[in-house]
Ligand binder design. Structure first.
Ligand code: UDP
Length: 327
């Protein structure tokens, strides 16, 4: 078996920590770089931990010196759309400049493969029921624009320097591996499933459902929820793909199935065994009515196959994690 040495930037975060679990479980060697601005030290359970900031170029040299990485996986970013609208420069600084610094350091130290955490936000307002990779890239907020910019930078770096890079565009990451002690733990939680579970479990406030006048069957937004462990496996396949293919490649990662906010609430209530207290609130700026991926390209070219195929088991896994939390 091929054993790889992987640097996971942002490995103390929600998706990054599940990635480290996957890498360890598949026999690879992991090092985590994180500045712990939103990540958690206790989520770094596999491999070496290096506390460093992508904004600090000199410390990046120390991260790469004396180590030999086969590839970098890059999860470290500002990930909240609302924050990006309030302070776009901070988002561009963190997401774009941080990635440029990382790319420079990789180049200086001869590391030529990168898997980049991109997002459905690169597409903006979807024009198709199933969004595939040919859909125009028209981000409508600074967060999506920062991801789009990095994709472009990676394509240029691939053409000019021979970097091999894969951008994986997540739709809605969900679920947890509670048995491994990792899950979604944001200090300021904005995501639907954790908020629904906190409301149902009594540890959170009444849920605000942002908009019930969308052009969808029940009036609430439809999203495509994918288990984080399945996102992690796609990264493993992306590394294999880069070993065999030059250039830059982008893949959408979704389930091709959409669920409305009200469907998430109903499923969570059934799992928790309690009603979810909620109220309808105004639409949240920048939310498209429906965002569902075609994952045909990832399935065809990467051989990606999801293990978590039904919504109920995904939400159940998140609930297992949430009920273990002290709050
Ligand atoms: N949402 C909601 N209440 C919340 C959090 C989210 O109604 O407390 C809605 C949100 O407007 C969107 C969907 O749930 O339609 C998914 O939002 P989330 O923030 O989880 O992911 P996003 O799709 O924005 O990446």
């Amino acid at each position: 078996m091929l054993v790889l040495n992987i640097l996971v930037c942002g490995g103390a975060g929600y998706i990054g920590s599940h990635m480290c679990h996957w890498l360890q479980a598949h026999g690879h060697s992991v090092a985590v770089l994180d500045n712990l601005s939103t990540g958690h030290r206790e989520a770094v359970r596999w491999g070496e931990f290096i506390r460093a900031d992508l904004q600090d170029r000199s410390s990046l040299d120390q991260v790469f010196a004396g180590r030999s990485y086969d590839a970098v996986m890059h999860f470290a970013a500002s990930s909240l759309v609302g924050d990006s609208v309030r302070d776009p420069v901070a988002t561009y600084q963190n997401n774009v400049t941080g990635t440029l610094n990382l790319l420079e350091a990789m180049r200086r130290h001869g590391v030529g493969r990168l898997v980049f955490s991109s997002s459905a936000a690169v597409f903006g307002e979807p024009r198709a029921d199933l969004v595939d990779e040919l859909h125009p890239l028209e981000p409508i907020n600074p967060y999506g624009a920062s991801k789009r910019m990095v994709e472009r930078i990676l394509a240029d770096a691939a053409a000019s320097y021979g970097l091999r890079a894969v951008a994986l565009r997540y739709f809605n990451a969900a679920g947890a591996l509670a048995g491994a002690g990792i899950g979604e733990a944001h200090a300021c939680e904005t995501h639907l499933i954790p908020n629904v579970l906190r409301s149902a479990g009594g540890s959170g406030p009444k849920l605000s459902v942002f908009g019930n006048d969308y052009p969808t069957p029940d009036g609430t937004c439809i999203r495509d929820y994918v288990h984080v462990a399945d996102l992690a496996s796609a990264h493993g396949l992306a590394i294999e793909y880069m070993l065999a293919h030059e250039g830059f490649h982008a893949f959408n990662l979704g389930s091709e199935a959409g669920y409305s906010v009200m469907e998430i609430i109903a499923t969570a209530a059934d799992i928790v065994g309690r009603a979810v207290p909620f109220e309808f609130a105004a639409r949240r700026a920048g939310d498209p009515a429906r965002l569902v991926a075609s994952s045909a390209k990832a399935e065809r070219l990467l051989g990606w196959k999801r293990d978590w195929t039904d919504l109920r088991s995904i939400i159940e896994s998140a609930w297992q994690w949430h009920r273990q939390q002290p709050y």
